[in-house]
Design a protein around this ligand. Structure first.
Ligand SMILES: Cc1ncc(COP(=O)(O)O)c(C=O)c1O
Length: 367
């Protein structure tokens, strides 16, 4: 068997090790200057006024919705073709998830279905589009619907650091944008971490207080809150990783182009689409095939790692079903789940590795 092809990899260099060592020696591990520096650099990166470092992407979504006042009795419009954590904060807050089907081209939230679902909802209060796989959702139409119906707009950017829609970075369109720094993401803090970005001074202040036991600048507990803080050590890694993100995203885009070229002759494989007005950052490179399980088995036997994102749409998970009066039927989402396969993708994947994956796919369909 040839060399295995890894699905993803993680970058650690001397500057990261040095920065982490400095923090270790500083003995300041929480609520220190490193989180502030990372927040300031990340707000610049997203072109927003504020960035609030938190313990995970899930926490960022939870705090954004909570700071916007979302709670029991509110309907929140969400996609089902996403990771569980785009939706679980809605349910944790006692609000009702209202599921929107996908756009068949980009697999992001479908703007037309959003219009219909908002019109049918009893008490629509918020919408959470997800820039799934690194492809920005159709923010122009989604923001219009949000504006027209007075919905809070929270972007789930957990897979899309640095992606742009009509020239502007994701995270800068909504009332808040939420990022994850989980190890497999386009950039990481080498552990769990997240960031909430916003231009709204009040929302930022609420989120800052809520991540730290509801304390304000005077140290008084002015509201309830838990501990959702980002640690100094993780912020140090994130700060250094941010230096590289634009290059890494370009390398992912180059890898995607090579996959697209190589796969263009394989008629059984549909490569991912990229709208002309976005810059996709290929957190995942996901192909669409009729015999997904067979292809995955072939690649695995050849030492090529793949993934499925996601096998079960969120509205079909038991923990969510139990909160729904009726289980919605989302035809496009549901037909997608057994046809998608994520191929190896990361900034350091080599041309030879991509060619090896594509050759294995070609052989699979020739046989
Ligand atoms: C689309 C999406 N939303 C939310 C999350 C949650 O982020 P975290 O794992 O940092 O809590 C993730 C990542 O895991 C994700 O991919």
């Amino acid at each position: 068997m040839s060399e295995p092809v890894a699905f993803t990899d993680i970058y650690v260099d001397e500057s990261i090790v040095d920065r982490v060592t400095d923090v270790l020696r500083s003995e300041r591990y929480v609520k220190g200057p490193m989180v502030e520096q990372f927040e300031s650099a990340f707000a610049d990166f997203c072109e927003t006024d504020h960035a609030v470092g938190v313990a995970s992407g899930t926490d960022a979504i939870y705090l954004a919705l909570k700071a916007a006042g979302i709670g029991p009795g509110d309907d929140v419009l969400v996609p089902a073709h996403t990771f569980f954590a785009s939706v679980s904060p809605v349910v944790e807050l006692g609000a009702n998830p209202v599921f929107v089907d996908i756009d068949p081209v980009t697999y992001t939230m479908g703007a037309l279905d959003l219009e219909e679902k908002v019109a049918d909802a009893d008490n629509p209060q918020a919408v959470v589009p997800v820039h799934i796989y690194g492809h920005p959702a159709e923010m122009h139409s989604i923001a219009n619907v949000a504006r027209k119906h007075g919905l809070t707009l929270v972007e789930d950017c957990c897979q899309a650091h640095g992606a742009t829609y009509r020239g502007d970075p994701v995270g800068s369109f909504g009332d808040a944008g939420c990022f994850s720094f989980y190890p497999s993401k386009n950039m990481t803090v080498a552990g769990d971490g997240g960031m909430l970005v916003t231009d709204d001074d009040d929302l930022a202040a609420e989120a800052r207080a809520m991540r730290n036991h509801g304390r304000d600048d005077t140290g008084e507990h002015v509201r309830l809150g838990l501990n959702h803080r980002l640690s100094e050590l993780h912020a140090a890694v994130g700060f250094e990783q941010l230096e590289h993100i634009d290059d890494w995203n370009q390398q992912r885009r180059d890898a995607a182009r090579r996959y697209n070229d190589r796969l263009s002759d394989v008629s059984s494989v549909k490569a991912p689409n990229e709208r002309s007005d976005v810059e996709h950052v290929y957190h995942l490179y996901v192909v669409h095939v009729a015999d997904r399980d067979d292809l995955q088995e072939t690649l695995e036997a050849d030492g090529i790692e793949t993934g499925i994102h996601y096998e079960t749409p969120v509205h079909q998970h038991p923990a969510i079903r139990r909160h729904l009066d009726t289980i919605p039927s989302l035809t496009r989402t549901e037909t997608l789940t057994d046809r998608i396969l994520s191929l190896p993708m990361h900034p350091r994947i080599t041309d030879e590795e991509i060619d090896r994956v594509c050759a294995a796919i070609e052989r699979h369909y020739e046989e």
